[in-house]
Structures are given as structure tokens and as C-alpha cells.
Design a protein around this ligand. Sequence first.
Ligand SMILES: Cc1cc2nc3c(=O)[nH]c(=O)nc-3n(C[C@H](O)[C@H](O)[C@H](O)COP(=O)(O)OP(=O)(O)OC[C@H]3O[C@@H](n4cnc5c(N)ncnc54)[C@H](O)[C@@H]3O)c2cc1C
Length: 408
Amino acid sequence: MTDLIVVGAGLTGLFAAWQAARRGAQCMLVTAGRGGLELSSGCLGIASSGPPLRQVAKAPLPHPYALVGLDALRRAVDDLLELLEASNLPYAGGLESNLELPTAAGGTACAAYAPRSLARFLDAGAGPVTLAGFTGFRDFDSVLASNRLSARLQRPVAAADLPLPGSLPLRDLYSTDLARRFEDPDWRAQACAAWRPILIGVRHLGLPAVLGFRQHASVIAAIEELLELTVFEIPTLPPCLPGLRLESVLREACLAGGVDLIEGATAIGRVDGRNAVTRAAGIVAQTAGGPQVIDAGAVLLATGDLLHGGLVARQSGRLQESVFDLPVVHSSNRSTWTAPHFSDPQPYATFGLRVDARMRPLGADGAPLMQNLFAAGGILAGARRTEEGSRQGIGLATAWRAVESALP
Ligand SMILES: Cc1cc2nc3c(=O)[nH]c(=O)nc-3n(C[C@H](O)[C@H](O)[C@H](O)COP(=O)(O)OP(=O)(O)OC[C@H]3O[C@@H](n4cnc5c(N)ncnc54)[C@H](O)[C@@H]3O)c2cc1C
């Protein structure tokens, strides 16, 4: 019997499984698909609407931050930063203030922590920067980005277009195609030789975030040396390399820690109701080879919200939690689930599970439904993640607390 089954492989599930393995537990990670990290900029949003520490400290119950407390957040973030540093994917930032960094559309986004390759934009201070795109790469328009960023920050931002050496595929280039090419030293040297005359006088160069995947740190260092300037990355549309790099580090840390990984399997919860106290017995993993019954000492749901399968809206209007069919906090009037405009705060994004301070889902009476069932991350109710910019902070802090509760 495994000690802990974690369901879901987004930031929350991967971080939780790695934490469980670090504590010496036998952990199994079961997931239907990939989580949201490939869509993400790789930044860690804790509370982007103000100084993170202050915002977290004043979050009212039943906000997940109020349930887990500042200590869980700090310990989770410290653990992750240490792993990232050791994995050659260093991050910058802190809990006192947010970093304001450029987006591909020429706006800015705030996060407490960002990959150092993104945060190096701040090294330019108030001085001039140049944003460059690549000929044939449609996911980054340097003229649009530089014009809008210049207007937003009230400082000079130039644009450049850089040619890519060699033949291009007869389709649109993805960021992952380019990341692979940048890892080839000969191709990289050829590219930099072609760019040098275009970049005369440039000291701070912003490029779309395609500068390598596994060898990212050495790719950036090599480009800086060849071009004699500092380089920062700007996250692109998905697939987004900074999110993929973060996913890859966590995934590899899980595997190195001995986590058993089952991918492509939907989990159905199993309940043991034979005794007075109802317990989670484990799951049935619906694998390609047929159903697999897995017993566990505890189960942790990191299945995300409505967009990733943690919650499923039935045609009847019922909102169902996908693994154990747990009660979900939501409005029973379906016409109120969405706001009239796409960019407005969406009521459905606040739906989810109500949990106690140990991250155990609660029933209508306010008592934990099962002593050994836990939930963390996007599936929790009580937060407005998008408006708060708190998605990753909630995922990490609640995963940390849930693992601590499940494996005392
Ligand atoms: C279209 C879209 C765009 C997004 N854009 C952004 C963005 O720009 N910035 C940002 O910060 N965040 C974004 N997110 C959200 C973010 O990626 C995560 O969804 C969020 O951070 C919650 O993380 P999580 O780890 O809790 O869950 P998720 O990342 O949602 O992962 C849930 C995991 O659970 C698995 N799962 C669900 N149900 C089951 C089941 N029954 N059995 C087995 N496995 C199951 C899924 O396959 C997935 O691996 C976006 C999400 C979506 C869907």
C-alpha cells in the first residue's frame, strides 16, 4: 500500500508529490493529463495586487491563505526556490514586493518571484532596452511589444527583428522548436554572428522566452558572451518555455525522489465505509490497460478547477468534484456562473471545495468528510486567484500544508 496518492500533475500536484517523497513517504502521482504549467509564465504569483506579505497576512477566512498561514507559504516557497537553484533554474524576487515585468503584448505583469532570465529586465533600471523578435516567429511582435511597453513605462524601448539561420519548417514555428535550436552551439553562434551588426549599441536585449529548455542557463550565458550585452526573456503564448522548465524540474525531482508516476489515467475515488469513521481507501486509476485498484494511506486531490477537470459541470446543472464527488461550493443558478464580459472577474473561478486548516474537505455540517482525504491548489474555494494574482502561492502553500497533514 502506498502512503499517499496525489491526483493531478499541475504545479500543486507535482510540488506535493515531491514534498511527500522528500519526507520519505512512498508516493504515487496519478494524473489524467498535464496541468496548467505549460500555459504559465513560470512566475510565482503570491498576491500581485499589492505587497505580497501584507496581502497574505490580511486574507480573511475562508481564504486558503488564512487557513494555512504565512509560515506554510514561506516554507513552501523556500523549498521550491532551493530546488530551482540546485536545478540550474534560479529565480529572483521576494515576499516584500512584486516584480513588474514585460509581457509579450507590451504590458506588464506582477509576481513575487520570476525566473532570473525574466527578472533580468530590471537590471536595465530606467535605461533604454531593445526588444527583438525573430523573422518567421509569429508569437512575438517586437514592434507591438516595444511601442506599448514604451508608452506604459514612459521610457525608450526600441524594436528589432533578428533573422534565424538555416532552413525553417513549412509551418509556423513554436517556441519549443526555437528552444531546441538554441541548444545547438553551432546554430547559436551562427545566429549571434548575424545579429551582431543589427544590435550595435544595444546593452539590454529582450528576446522571447525560447532560449533553451534543459540547457537554458548555459544558452543565455553563451548568447550574452557572443553579443556582449545582457539578455532578458519575455514569456510567449503557450507552449511557454518558462512554465515548461518549471514543470520539468518538478517532474524530474519527483522521479528522482522515487515517486511512482501514472500518466493518462483518470482517478475515481474509493471510500471505505465499513467502520464508524469513513476513510478514503485509495483510487481506481482508469488506465489504457484497464482499471487499476490502488490502496493508499491518504489521498490528496490536486485536480485543479473547472478548466482542468477537478470540477465537472454536468448538463443537469450539477457541479461535480471529479474524483470523490465531494460537495462543491457554487451557485445553483447556472446563469450566474459567468460574467457578461470575458475579462471581468468570473464567478465560476471561485467555485471549489471548502477545507479545514489541515486541508481536509468539509461536508455541509462543517466537519471533515474523511480523516485521510486532502485537497490543495486550484480546486479550493475561497479565493479570486486571477484578480489576486495568488494562483501559484495558493497552490504551493496549500500543497505544503496538505502533505504535512497527510504525513505527520
Ligand atoms: C486555459 C487555461 C489558461 C490558464 N492560464 C494561466 C495563466 O496565464 N497564468 C496562470 O498563472 N495560470 C493559468 N492557468 C491556471 C493554472 O495553469 C492552473 O490551472 C492553476 O495554477 C491551478 O494549478 P493546479 O496545480 O492546482 O491544477 P492544474 O494545473 O489545473 O492541474 C490539474 C491536474 O489534475 C489532473 N486531473 C484533474 N481531474 C483529474 C482526475 N479525475 N483524475 C486524474 N487527474 C485529474 C489534470 O490532468 C491536471 O494534471 C490556466 C489554466 C487554463 C486551463
